[in-house]
Write a protein that binds this ligand. Structure first.
Ligand code: FAD
Length: 190
């Protein structure tokens, strides 16, 4: 039988938030990209929330794989004050469709926080019921980054455009050369 667990932890980002690209803070975007690259081969899934300088992450998978990832994440200098909120045995992965889902500080999360009596996201003050509600909300919330954060990110777009421009110039030059040769042959013939 597979030994599945779910770990939920919180932490504080050590970086100053940069301007958002496609609605995602750039450090968070890089974390998501490596999570989405690494997690599938370890059969890990989960969700990451980032708001007001704090992370809230839930990771699910086989015990050894989750523990190995959490140990790596714990050494990551991009966050600090890491606190495990709960570790549970689970029968199935509930974030099955996501190598790492991303939920931004959107309206439904802010509404939930208001219901908790918070004006800023402070997961360090969550009680057990609030942790449960937050995980449930993240399970049902939309991920606006689906299909955006992959290796064909906007960073590659200028290089692709340059390649196309060179190809267009080369083809035009070739067409011009062929026309000149054809014209010369016609002139010679008449
Ligand atoms: P790369 O992602 O290619 O990075 C290479 C090295 O550089 C790593 O050692 C990395 O720690 C370091 N690095 C990269 N960017 C920075 C930076 N801006 N500042 C400092 N060091 C940097 N990884 C996962 O695989 N799955 C997850 O679900 C996951 N969740 C995370 C959640 C949080 C909140 C944080 C902070 C990190 C998370 N990570 C996750 C990243 C994890 O800590 C490792 O960085 C990552 O697993 C290393 O992947 P990689 O070997 O492919 O290296």
């Amino acid at each position: 039988m597979t030994d599945l667990i779910q770990i939920t932890y919180i932490s504080r980002a050590t970086f100053e938030p940069g301007p958002r690209e496609n609605g995602v803070e750039p450090h968070v975007g890089r974390i998501l990209m490596s999570s989405r690259r690494n997690n599938p081969r370890r059969r890990l899934v989960g969700v990451l929330y980032y708001g007001d300088g704090c992370f809230f992450q839930c990771i699910e998978g086989e015990r050894a794989a989750v523990q190995a990832l959490f140990s790596r994440i714990s050494d990551d200098p991009r966050h600090t004050d890491i606190r495990v909120l709960r570790v549970r045995d689970i029968d199935v992965r509930s974030f099955n469709d996501w190598s790492m889902k991303y939920v931004p500080a959107a309206r439904e999360v802010l509404q939930q926080l208001r219901a908790f009596g918070q004006t800023r996201f402070d997961p360090y003050s969550f009680n057990d019921e609030q942790i449960e509600k937050m995980v449930d909300l993240l399970r049902t919330s939309a991920d606006p980054t689906t299909g955006q954060l992959n290796s064909t990110s906007r960073r590659n777009a200028p290089a692709d455009m340059m390649g196309l421009t060179y190809l267009a110039i080369a083809l035009s030059t070739l067409a011009l050369a062929v026309s000149c040769v054809t014209l010369a042959m016609i002139m010679e013939w008449i």
